[in-house]
Write a protein that binds this ligand. Sequence first.
Ligand code: SAH
Length: 345
Amino acid sequence: MAKIEICSLKLYSLIAELENMNEKSFRAKQVYEWLHKKNKWDFNEMTNLSKDLRNKLNESFFITEGTIAEKLTSDDNTSKYLFRLSNNSIIESVLMKHTFGNSVCVSSQAGCNMGCAFCYSTKDGKERDLTTGEMLLQVYKIQEDLGERISHVVIMGSGEPLENYENCLNFIEILSSKEGLNISQRHITLSTCGLVDKIYNLADRKLQINLALSLHASNDEMRKHIMPIARAYSMEEIFKACDYYAEKTGRRITYEYALMKGINDGEKTASELVKRLKGRLCHVNLIPVNETEDKKFERPSQKTIKEFADILEKSGVATTIRREMGSSINAACGQLRGRYTRENE
Ligand code: SAH
């Protein structure tokens, strides 16, 4: 029989598995705490279990594989980690040290299929979905490396999380479980390019996580130009789904908006955005685009960015300009993974 990936199991599933092996449920809780609270991913280190049980676990389960292949730190408290997973998949995660806590940006897929024109992660398409264990591994290994608690997690690395829906939800539930790291769901953010059906599903789960929607445009024509997903769903459909999410959860939506010179940064665009967002439970996060090598997408001037933000703010749309972090270490979406896989081919 094929072994089961133990790090991807929620507590109740682990209890069921161990009961099948005639083990008491408190044993499952002990194993779960080793994995998800103490983050010891080695059966031999689970010292309060008998040798016999550890052998049994080894026979039925396997532990998710993954090691830090490279780490780069920039001077602004941002580190980028490259992980090597099973099948030699390479993924990247980012640690950001904020005043409010340590935040990790995790990848949900190796590569991505969404095809956004300005994004590095999608250049070579999707290799595969990550398992729940592979998403947890990113947080646990970074926490261990840092030696400090991770308090915030954003699912905003490579990949489209709502395309890897069940694994992402499992990840969130394990991460926020009290027998695990117990990270508050209010400190977890999932970012999507807007898979509308899945947003409704997520809303009905009534989690307390924050939803970030990558909008990047003020109308469908503009959005189609840079994001293929816009051909599948209109912005009106997205807004409806996001309003539903906000209504069900009481959580305000974050609209991510990467400002790209000459593409989506004009005053008319800002006014159009205001018309569409005013009155909604949301705020806008403006991000000066991380420039691509071919210079197809360039950052607007500070003046343009400020003017764009002012139009939104003055019209009552809450807006923040994201502080750039880590651009000196290729922390922009998929840049480092792309470089690493090209150099090591
Ligand atoms: N697929 C999900 C999550 C991964 S992308 C999503 O689309 O939201 C994480 C965020 O980074 C998204 O808002 C994405 O649009 C943005 N992003 C991608 N490439 C970027 C770039 N070059 N500059 C700025 N933001 C970028």
